[in-house]
Design a protein around this ligand. Sequence first.
Ligand code: SAH
Ligand code: SF4
Length: 340
Amino acid sequence: MPQKTNLKGLSREALLHFAAEQGLPKYRADQLIHWIYQKRATEIHCITEFSKELRAKLSDVAYISSLRLSNRLTSSDGTEKFLFSLEDGETVESVLITDKDRLTLCISSQVGCAMGCRFCLTGKLGLIRNLKADEIVDQVISVGGLALPRKITNIVLMGMGEPLANLDEVTEALRRIIGFVGIAKRRITLSTAGLVPKMALLAERGPEVNLAVSLNATTDQERDRIMPINRRYPIKSLIVACRRFTLGPRRRITFEYVLIEGLNDSAEDAMRLAKLVKGIRCKINLIPLNPHAGSGLKRPSEGAVLEFRNILAGLNLTVLVRESKGQDILAACGQLRAEH
Ligand code: SAH
Ligand code: SF4
């Protein structure tokens, strides 16, 4: 018997093709999209808009995959972490963060990550595999259901993995998050460690989402030490790519900068940082390191963090200190490692 088709794995074009194959009119494909992405149907039998006969007919040839929730933790600050099992037994994490009137979901794009940044636990895993588009979108659908009656307002691709290392699946997932789930592209941010050639491809092919760049250092010597990707795409090439990245009106690039004691947190660093981003429409998010055992890296004191911020603010840059949320449940930046 031929394998059943996973309806959640299909783009709009592929769903139209599927409907045609089944002898169904076009509008059936849009009904499927509505039921899968808006009503969160996980079984064809739940699609009550279809007759019993049609549901039975479709169930013979197709199914709707769904992530299995295997753990859910709530932090003392309200941040929630969801651990999902995938069809092959791998696991990924998504983190839901409440911030004033926003409900932001941080999603993963890979199981593990190949980039090996020294400060990041996900990096320690190495790359296990890329997520498929449906596994990326399904984090939004599933958490969307689990979070009810609250509504997810923003999406950040800052969970496990380097999104630009999985560009095709990520851009397809983005198209579905925007077009099917209905989250506006200006409320979506993709964060990259700086895969320079892929940044241009994203601008060319991808939906126009916000871009965040994990800069994290101001000299190649420093950045080489903590982000091996810098040896391939050094700071200069990264900044050129940022300058070339097309931004919509009123949009800005976010530079993320993980502050590490004695490594990248000096006054000279702050000044060099300001110089590097000069002329780029941007904001800077300072993230004091969430340390973990064995990395040998430390978080700077609160005073040092403020001093760094003040130098940048004094140079008229928009700068925010982002306190990582959910540290008690290992949900903060760089703490995601699923159950590995
Ligand atoms: N791979 C992408 C997106 C995931 S990481 C990227 O690197 O941009 C999301 C953010 O968490 C990055 O800005 C990264 O620099 C930051 N981060 C990673 N480990 C951290 C840690 N231990 N403490 C604080 N921030 C960390
Ligand atoms: Fe990968 Fe980002 Fe972690 Fe670096 S910081 S290892 S790119 S997830």
